[in-house]
Design a protein around this ligand. Sequence first.
Ligand SMILES: [Zn+2]
Length: 164
Amino acid sequence: MIRFTDVDDSVVEIFLSTLEERFPNLAQLKIKLIFDTKRRIKDGEIVLASTELASEKIKFFSKDDLAVEGYDIVIIFDQKAWELSNTVDRKRVMSHELRHVFIDEQGKVKLLPHDISDFRMEQKLNVDDPDWKFKLATLVNDVYEQEKEMAKQSKQLGKGEQTW
Ligand SMILES: [Zn+2]
């Protein structure tokens, strides 16, 4: 099984509406959206989504009918996190990721680290539910842990192990 898969229409829909509403300046970019089926942990926290600048190599490999010169940006969504999110949180995740993307005066695509700018704009937009990310991350992590536990149990059953 390949770890990454194509996103479904629910992602594309929220991507397009968020782009139109909040990031019209990014409409000129080719942005590739994919699902990651594996949990990622960074600094002890689950990664709900991440944004990467496409390398020359990725650009070459990602060429398709929509992006004849390849994609500029790749946004990777944890598939489970997306499935467990409601529409409001999905939009928050999408908006956060797009907030990373920046086009400079020369037209060069860059990424903004949030530790520096802190995305004050996003905090303002989510002031009604400041803990949304923590709540979602906890839920997603719990589901991953449950699945891990279940896989372990079925493996033990398969081996006929007695745990009592
Ligand atoms: Zn971020």
